[in-house]
Write a protein that binds this ligand. Structure first.
Ligand code: GGG
Length: 356
């Protein structure tokens, strides 16, 4: 493992600009503890950039990012720029150009948090969502014809390649194998989506033959979401397409009390390109600028970034401080039942790291 890391930082829009500084504060404190030096290069690419230049990032943006060890991103999207323009102008090109085909999103009920579901204890909610991140339903293939007439027709095509499907399933099967429960659940909608989902199911069934030690099940996304709320303790590793994985990884943390604590690692497992780490949440324009956003999703994403870069020790240092802050209900933000500001919670986690 290296001891110096160059990180590209894109705070982005809305509360992204408020939570990222807290993530950086925590990273600096943990790096100091472990003799690691970190250099952060800021990029102000955002919807503001779009307003002034017509683009979310410059033409050589991806080339600039390719030189970094990792990318640390806040949130993308703000009123005034259509969401599909901001997402396809920044976040999605990064995921695709750097072949970040795994989107790993852990979900945990921390001690100190109250699940909105009845009688859930820490340990009852502890699973991973493994989301396919570069193809599937997230596609720009399609179009509109006869626009503006009563015959207007819109088509939107999904893409599922054998390579893309097998590699995300393989990642999920391996992750399930590494865990105690050894349980993998796949989310599809094979009765309604005639081609792509039966195909996905068939690849799951084929791969399951190589993993006889795992319990493997498949559910349609509708009952899957119902079961996730009814009995989250059933789940261990969940694998799903780009769209279904995105939905499940908001629903999962909502079952732990707040989606703001959820991290998202966009991983290029082969490490041929930089990976990108971000909170699951978006830019939350409704609370932007108020210093009340919860920075835990961003801080947890920072911990995952260090784990990916090879410093399990830095990851553990950050996560034990996060766990302690939530368990002891130190400086919690409003979404977790406290009254603290974004900066106060970031500082509480930083102080716990410095005290370790
Ligand atoms: N934290 C990055 C962000 O802004 N996420 C909001 C979002 O809608 N992301 C879409 C996606 O993850 O596919």
């Amino acid at each position: 493992m290296g001891t110096h890391f160059n990180i590209a930082v894109i705070p982005g829009d809305g509360i992204g600009k408020e939570v990222i500084p807290e993530g950086l504060k925590v990273l600096q404190a943990a790096a100091g503890k472990h003799g690691i030096s970190m250099e952060f290069t800021h990029f102000d690419w955002s919807c503001e950039t779009y307003h002034s230049t017509g683009k979310m990032m410059p033409d050589d943006g991806l080339e600039q990012l390719s030189k970094f060890d990792a990318i640390f991103l806040g949130a993308v999207g703000f009123p005034g720029v259509p969401d599909h323009i901001s997402l396809w102008g920044l976040l999605l090109p990064i995921r695709r150009a750097f072949n970040q085909y795994v989107n790993l999103r852990p979900v945990r009920l921390f001690e100190g948090l109250q699940s909105p579901l009845a009688n859930k204890q820490p340990g009852d909610i502890d699973f991973y969502v493994v989301r396919e991140n570069v193809e599937g339903e997230y596609s720009a293939i399609g179009g509109i014809q006869y626009e503006g007439t009563e015959d207007e027709v819109v088509s939107q095509q999904s893409i599922f390649t054998r390579k893309g499907t097998d590699r995300i399933l393989k990642y999920a099967f391996e992750l399930a194998r590494s865990r105690d429960k050894k349980h993998l659940s796949s989310a599809t909608k094979s009765n309604g989506l005639f081609h792509s989902m039966p195909y996905w199911d068939s690849r799951v069934a084929a791969m399951a033959k190589d993993y006889p030690d795992l319990k493997v099940d498949q559910f349609h996304i509708d009952i899957f979401t119902a079961n996730l709320v009814r009995m989250p303790e059933f789940y261990d590793v969940i694998v799903g397409s780009n769209l279904f994985g995105d939905i499940l990884s908001d629903l999962g943390p909502a079952c732990t009390g707040t989606i703001a604590i959820a991290p998202s690692a966009n991983i290029n497992p082969e490490k041929t390109f930089p990976s990108m780490f971000e909170p699951v949440h978006g830019s939350a324009p409704d609370i932007a600028g108020q210093n009340i956003a919860n920075p835990i999703g961003t801080i947890w994403a920072a911990a995952m970034m260090m784990q990916h870069l090879g410093s399990q020790a830095m990851h553990d240092t950050i996560m034990s401080a996060v766990e302690a802050a939530i368990r002891d209900r130190l400086s919690l933000t409003r979404d977790m039942g406290g009254t603290a500001s974004t900066q106060e919670l970031g500082q509480a986690v930083t102080d716990l790291i410095l005290a370790q």
